[in-house]
Structures are given as structure tokens and as C-alpha cells.
Design a protein around this ligand. Structure first.
Ligand code: FEO
Length: 172
């Protein structure tokens, strides 16, 4: 049985994961209409992954005797200056999510809820992986510069990355 305090902290994280899914869906849509089909494919896939992060948390809360009540979401940003801006914003958002996961872990640990702390280890590792992946993508942007040819290749690379991602499905 989880405490009300831990349940409420987990529900806030569920809201953030669902919001992340919407943010990436909005970015995918922008990429699709602005000539970046690879980036769009990558972000549609990433949006799906965020939904899996959300579902995993919902099932955990309900399984532990809580009730994961869905929360209100905000309208995501839909106008971007460039593909670089999209990915800079993603990294910033993931750093914010990492901070939130760390705080959630601290809440569970301080409440002596070691089961939830253990469960959250997966999210801590996932955040390390995601931050590293997005930093890697931004490094590629620096190499590509802002030339059309460079961005074309980067878009192709993002497309390939989208194909490789489903293996990390956390529900498995
Ligand atoms: Fe749910 Fe992008 O981490």
C-alpha cells in the first residue's frame, strides 16, 4: 500500500509524462509539415514512449492500492524557428523531467517507501539514457551546421533512430 503523499507525487509524474507525450506529438507534427519526415517519425515514436512511461506509472499506482486519477494537460507549443530549436527544447524538457524524477525518488525514500524507490530506479536510468541521446543529437546538429545538406542527413539519421527505439518498451 502506498501512502497518500507518495501516491500524489506519482500522479504528478503521470501528468508530466502525459504532457511530455503531447509536447513531442506537437513537435512531430511541426516536423512533418516543415520538411523533416525523419525527425517527425522519431518524435512520433518518442511521444509513444512517453505514453508507455505514463502507463507504467498508472499501473504501478493502481497495483499498490492507490488510484491513478488523470489530470489536466496544457496546450503544447506549436511554433518553432528551426529543427535545432525543437531539439534544444527537448533536452531542456528532459532535464526538467530528470529533476522531477529525482524529487519523486527523494519523496518515496524519505517516506521509507523502498518498494517505490526501487520501482523508480528504472526511470532514473531511463532519464540518463534519454539525456545522453538528446545531447548526442545536439552534437550532430553542431557538426551539421545549418546547411540544408547537413540537416537532410540528420533527418535521415533521426529516422533510423526511430526504428531502433521500440526495443526499450518499458512495458515488456
Ligand atoms: Fe519519460 Fe522522456 O522521459
Amino acid at each position: 500500500m502506498i501512502s497518500k503523499k507518495v501516491e500524489s507525487a506519482l500522479i504528478s509524474q503521470i501528468q508530466l509524462e502525459e504532457q511530455s507525450s503531447r509536447i513531442y506529438m506537437a513537435m512531430a507534427s511541426w516536423c512533418e509539415v516543415n520538411g523533416f519526415p525523419g525527425a517527425a517519425n522519431f518524435l512520433y515514436t518518442h511521444s509513444d514512449e512517453e505514453r508507455l512511461h505514463m502507463t507504467k506509472l498508472i499501473k504501478y499506482v493502481n497495483d499498490k492500492g492507490g488510484y491513478a486519477v488523470m489530470q489536466t494537460l496544457e496546450m503544447p507549443e506549436s511554433k518553432f524557428e528551426s529543427l535545432l530549436e525543437v531539439f534544444e527544447k527537448i533536452l531542456k524538457h528532459e532535464e526538467f523531467i530528470t529533476e522531477s524524477i529525482n524529487q519523486l525518488f527523494e519523496t518515496a525514500f524519505k517516506a521509507k517507501d523502498f518498494t517505490t524507490s526501487q520501482f523508480l530506479q528504472w526511470y532514473i536510468e531511463e532519464q540518463i539514457e534519454e539525456e545522453s541521446m538528446f545531447k548526442g543529437i545536439l552534437d550532430k546538429f553542431r557538426l551539421a551546421g545549418n546547411q540544408t545538406g547537413g540537416l537532410f542527413h540528420l533527418d535521415k539519421e533521426l529516422d533510423a533512430l526511430a526504428v531502433a527505439k521500440p526495443a526499450t518498451n518499458p512495458a515488456q
